[in-house]
Design a protein around this ligand. Structure first.
Ligand code: NAD
Length: 464
């Protein structure tokens, strides 16, 4: 597919139209937001088959995964807002400070205005529509820039959006880095970016020029620790699922495995067992195993295969962009595969002896987007959760922090800035205005100058 070039005047024109539409205040109407969310729900439902086909064409994603990890998550998010938006959008009454007496205090959540939402290719439906749902729920207009690498899916996203919204409300602009650069040069009121750390920095720099608030949903190396007291069979099953879903091309996938040395052998045997059970003797023939998105990523991943010792998998086929589910043993922190996010079906393994030590190894590195810890010991679970900084994660499972609208999703430090999903999406796309509504009936003169002789009483009021 040829990337359509977007001229600067085109993005100017869309922005101008959206600004005019936003100024009409129509998006402040909760009924309008709910109506559009319902329409979006129905239209995604209508195009479900086309979405499945596009995802299959882009990287052979199975219908089961396309439904479970893309469509269903968006629909859940919409359902959350259909139920909770009226309450979320209401001004929130909060306690007033004693010095403002007599007054009432509120938080008003106002939409930012025009939001730019830039999506990645790996969950190309979910990761463009979930932020959109939050943006619409909070009363914004939006320009969407889906990833050019999932070109078939980008096209269907555009069809859906054009059917639901007028361009002055939500618009899709397709294209690659050049198009994104044109958009980033515009002054948006908010930017929501999902993608790599490298491009995240470009987006943040562009946003800084206009002091545009942004959410950055980035990636990183997410550790998966399996302690000696874990349920090894269950851990292996859940790790294989979380690692190889979407062909390992999941931002929150376990990037590398840290088994306690006493259970490593047993765990790896079970991992082999479950890879075979899930994908058969030859995963290339499995209808459930996706391909690598493009040649560049295939070559990048292939270069990791010479690290350590290939314990499981290691086969690849360039024409099909196929890489078998692979486990690499005898890996060290200095190996090539341990320098950057893998983002593919390759699992390096490094055993550990002492939990404290391995946690320090993790803390020495950029804060991960996710962390998974397998252990039955509640005390150790709490230790890991409280002592290590990371975006979010699971105890005794993988990925599930992502599919729950009640849990905020996002990284910290290198793995991202800001959170979303459910109410956090609403807040991510809203400016929280603190408002004091003061009574005119009483105006206590104490606050006004001259202050002579008042300090003592002020201290008493503050109890300081
Ligand atoms: P990417 O950063 O290459 O691309 C993301 C978007 O940025 C695309 O729309 C692309 O067109 C645009 N882009 C690419 N290069 C650009 C440039 N030089 N200037 C401006 N825009 C540019 O990411 P990707 O390969 O699509 O996705 C994979 C990455 O995204 C991984 O690092 C993964 O961890 C991360 N990710 C994070 C989350 C999350 O929720 N935190 C979710 C999915 C993916």
């Amino acid at each position: 597919m040829v990337t359509p070039m977007i001229k600067k005047d085109k993005s100017n024109e869309i922005l101008r139209k959206q600004k005019l539409f936003f100024r009409t205040n129509r998006t402040l109407d909760i009924k309008l937001r709910l109506a559009y969310l319902k329409k979006l729900y129905k239209t995604i439902e209508k195009y479900e088959q086309e979405i499945f086909e596009a995802l299959y064409k882009d990287f052979k994603k199975s219908t089961f995964e396309a439904f479970g990890s893309e469509v269903a998550l968006i629909q859940e998010e919409i359902k959350y807002f259909l139920k909770n938006l009226p309450k979320l959008a209401r001004p929130e009454k909060v306690k007033s400070s004693i010095t403002s007496f007599p007054a009432k205090s509120y938080i008003y959540r106002e939409p930012y205005g025009i939001c730019l939402i830039i999506g990645p290719w790996n969950y190309p439906v979910q990761l463009i529509f979930e932020p959109l749902v939050g943006a619409i729920a909070a009363g914004n207009c939006a320009v969407l820039k889906p990833s050019e690498l999932a070109a078939h899916t980008s096209a269907i996203v555009k069809i859906i959006v054009n059917e639901v919204f007028d361009e002055e409300y939500v618009s899709v602009i397709e294209g690659g880095a050049d198009v994104t650069q044109v958009l980033l040069a515009e002054k948006f009121d908010h930017i929501f970016f999902t993608g790599s750390v490298k491009v995240g920095k470009i987006v943040y720099e562009a946003a800084a020029k206009n002091l545009t608030p942004c959410v950055l949903e980035l990636g990183g190396k997410s550790p998966c620790i399996v302690d000696k007291d874990a349920d090894i069979d269950l851990a292996a099953r859940r790790i294989v699922w979380g690692k190889f879903l979407n062909g390992g091309q999941t931002c929150v996938a376990p990037d590398y495995l840290l088994p306690h040395k006493s259970v490593k052998k047993q765990l790896l045997n079970k991992i082999l067992f479950y890879i075979n059970k899930f994908y058969g003797d030859d995963p290339k023939l499995s209808p459930d195993y996706p391909r690598i998105i493009n040649g560049r990523n295939f070559t990048r991943l292939k270069s990791f295969l010479s690290d350590g010792e290939t314990l499981i998998g290691g086969e690849f086929e360039e024409t099909d962009k196929y890489i078998a589910p692979t486990v690499l043993d005898n890996i060290s922190w200095n190996d090539h595969v341990m320098q950057d996010e893998i983002f593919g079906p390759i699992l390096p393994v490094m055993e550990y002896d002492d939990l404290e030590e391995v946690l320090n190894d993790i803390k020495d590195r950029p804060k991960p987007l996710a962390l998974y810890y397998f252990s039955k010991n509640k005390k150790k679970q709490e230790k890991v959760l409280r002592e290590v900084g990371f975006g979010g994660g699971c105890i005794n499972d993988t990925l599930y922090q992502f599919g729950n609208p009640s849990i905020p999703v996002g990284g910290v430090g290198n793995s991202g800035i800001g959170k979303y999903h459910g109410k956090d999406s609403f807040y991510a796309f809203s400016n929280s205005k603190g408002i004091v509504k003061k009574s005119n009936k009483l105006d206590i003169p104490f606050r006004y100058p001259p202050y002579k002789g008042k300090l003592k009483l002020l201290r008493l009021i503050f109890k300081l």
